[in-house]
Design a protein around this ligand. Structure first.
Ligand SMILES: Cc1cc2nc3c(=O)[nH]c(=O)nc-3n(C[C@H](O)[C@H](O)[C@H](O)COP(=O)(O)OP(=O)(O)OC[C@H]3O[C@@H](n4cnc5c(N)ncnc54)[C@H](O)[C@@H]3O)c2cc1C
Length: 581
């Protein structure tokens, strides 16, 4: 037989002993997940204490090269070691193949679950086969918890990670569960064939439901693969939502032994749906196309801005596909609200601005629809009529951003519409009541755009009646790099009224755009040089925060340059917000 396993005949007592082990090991699998979470909590506490210790030991003098001795050096070395390790773990093994951390973490968890599947099975082939299934089922509640978007998710609280950051663990665990179920199904089929029971057992309810379940899980896992997800996100999303919510029914009726895990999963799933529905709010807002761009701007005035006081800069909401009319309150309407929604970052600071501002780049699916809707609304009305909009959220990792005033330098790098994430963070740093010259001079914001017109949601033209953002007076400026200027050799610098063009004769349309420049920005032509920007930033401190949001090429280049400085032992906080996955 395979690996020393055989089909063995067991008496009643032996079957009972097997059943006891079949209950015990999945329980171990669940409890060990709690141990992992406890380790996360301990890691979080240790890192907090280490950070406090480092802050206490840090020289307050501007001499950044000054090195502390003794205990702080030891502490510093451990912190540097952990920063380097976490940086190394976050590196992808290959393009679209996940990170080293995902492979190592997933590999260790897989090995542990395989051990729990085989421990004390002696040579009993059926024991091993059943164990694969029940150990896989024991992971379902955790798998659904990891998919929980709501900020009330206990895993988000314990790990201090957002839904977006936990998505990778959800994917890895999904693959592990599928592999265990696949082994369970394959080993059973092998048993039926070799023992001559196939013709009889294939007609039994548990086997039919088992086969149906593995087919559904195969569809679920296949459509979740990155190439398919990228090819058609809606196919992935629809199959995922439908199968993830229906698969629990056949699993419940497959065999009674896994029912407790299925019931736990149903509880998690139901709580998640309730939280999501409670998080949906209906508003009325305007939607318009920004001239000269494929950006759609959605403005939602808040009658009671106080409701937004708990919202943190950089958070995002899910905007349901608007029809332009009031949506029906039916169950189907509610389902569409939840599932036909795309994430968009809140580009304003709602409590301060009294409005929610979303900026969406029109691509292929729902965003194309937003563009069409904006076009049709502006054709029918010169002014921008208000339409009903449904938003779910706010969500996002930015609730756990550090206190930037403790950093020597803060570097923000945005590409295109990625500035929706960084603009409110930048504003919250430079507009904070205790922010003075130092916090402004410590913070550098580079924003690369293809066309200057793409900045108009933040810096409306001077002749426009749009309010825009009022940056504080103490010279806070955002460095805008226009990568595709309408004329060659753009060399421009200045802020607001003070613009100089080197080759003004050739730059008619750009000149027109520059003429309308808002306050608080300087403009350069060409791609920003990450090497130079990062080098300049790191030369002015040892504790640096770098936040980025933009196209892959831009963030990859930034990451590789920052990685060099992390290798040199700099204390770096790095956060990259991704607009796709
Ligand atoms: C946290 C976050 C914040 C974002 N903020 C902005 C923003 O401020 N401005 C902007 O222009 N774009 C933003 N995006 C990207 C934006 O959601 C997608 O570009 C947009 O949905 C693309 O839609 P589409 O019309 O091309 O196609 P669709 O078929 O509508 O969606 C396809 C793509 O949208 C993304 N997407 C859609 N729904 C979801 C979902 N439920 N969860 C995760 N990803 C989803 C996926 O990347 C997918 O590939 C953000 C994305 C994320 C994950």
């Amino acid at each position: 037989m395979v690996f020393g396993y055989e089909f063995v005949d067991l008496d009643h007592d032996q079957k009972h002993a097997r059943r006891v082990l079949l209950e015990w090991y999945p329980l171990m699998a669940q409890l060990s997940a709690l141990v992992v979470l406890a380790l996360f909590v301990c890691g979080g506490i240790l890192s907090f204490l280490a950070r406090q210790g480092l802050d206490y030991e840090r020289p307050r003098s501007p001499s950044f090269s000054k090195r502390a001795e003794g205990k702080s050096t030891w502490l510093k070395k451990s912190c540097q070691g952990s920063i380097k390790l976490s940086w190394w773990m976050k590196k992808p093994v290959a393009a679209s193949w996940g990170t080293r951390g995902e492979w190592i973490g997933g590999g260790i968890w897989m090995a542990w679950l395989l051990y729990l599947s085989s421990a004390q099975t002696s040579n009993d082939y059926l024991h091993l086969t059943k164990r694969f299934g029940i150990i896989g089922a024991s992971q379902l509640p955790l798998h659904y918890l990891l998919a929980m978007r709501s900020p009330y998710s206990p895993i988000q609280h314990l790990t201090r990670m957002s839904h977006e950051q936990l998505k990778a663990s959800h994917q890895v665990l999904g693959r592990i569960i599928y592999f265990l179920f696949f082994l369970h199904a394959t080993f059973y089929m092998n048993f039926f064939v070799l023992s001559g029971f196939l013709a009889k057992r294939i007609k039994d309810k548990d086997v039919i439901i088992g086969i149906l379940s593995i087919i559904l899980l195969t569809i679920l896992s296949t459509t979740a693969l990155e190439p398919l997800r990228r090819w058609n996100y809606r196919v992935f999303f629809t199959t995922h939502v439908i199968i993830a919510s229906t698969i629990l029914v056949p699993l419940y009726f497959h065999v009674t032994h896994i029912r407790k895990y299925v019931v736990e999963t149903i509880v998690v799933y139901t709580i998640h749906q309730v939280f999501r529905n409670l998080g949906i709010r209906r508003y009325s807002g305007t939607i318009k196309l920004l001239p000269g761009t494929n950006l759609v701007q959605i403005c939602i005035p808040l009658d009671t801005p106080e409701v937004a006081f708990g919202w943190k800069p950089g958070q995002h909401v899910y905007l349901s596909r608007p029809s332009g009319k009031s949506s029906a309150g039916s169950l189907y309407g509610q389902l569409l609200l939840c599932n036909q929604a795309n994430p968009f970052t809140i580009a304003s600071i709602p409590a301060k601005d009294g409005e929610l501002l979303l900026v969406a780049r029109a691509l292929n699916g729902n965003t194309k629809h937003l563009e069409k809707l904006a076009r049709s609304l502006s054709t029918h009305n010169g002014t921008h009529a208000s339409i009903p909009l449904a938003l779910e959220g706010p969500y996002g990792a930015s609730t756990r951003l550090p206190d930037f005033s403790t950093f020597d330098k803060v570097l923000l790098v945005a590409g295109g519409v990625g500035a929706t994430f960084l603009m409110p963070i930048y504003r919250s740093i430079v507009e904070s009541p205790d922010a003075g010259h130092s916090s402004v001079s410590r913070t550098r914001f580079i924003w690369a755009v293809r066309k200057l017109a793409e900045t108009q949601w933040a810096f409306p033209a001077r002749d426009s009646d749009e309010p825009g953002f009022e940056l504080p007076s103490h010279n806070s400026t955002i460095e805008v790099c226009v990568t595709q200027p309408s004329g060659p050799d753009l060399q421009a610098s200045g802020s607001g009224d003070d613009i100089e063009l080197a080759e003004d004769g050739q730059l008619l349309s750009m000149e027109e755009q520059m003429d309308k420049l808002g306050k608080g920005m300087t403009v350069k032509g060409g791609r920003p040089s990450m090497q130079a920007i990062v080098g300049e930033t790191f030369s002015k401190g040892t504790r640096i925060a770098v936040l980025a949001c933009g196209p892959k090429g831009l963030t990859e280049e930034l990451r590789s340059v920052v990685g060099l400085w992390i290798g040199k032992g700099y204390d770096v906080y790095y956060h990259e917000e991704s607009f796709g996955w």
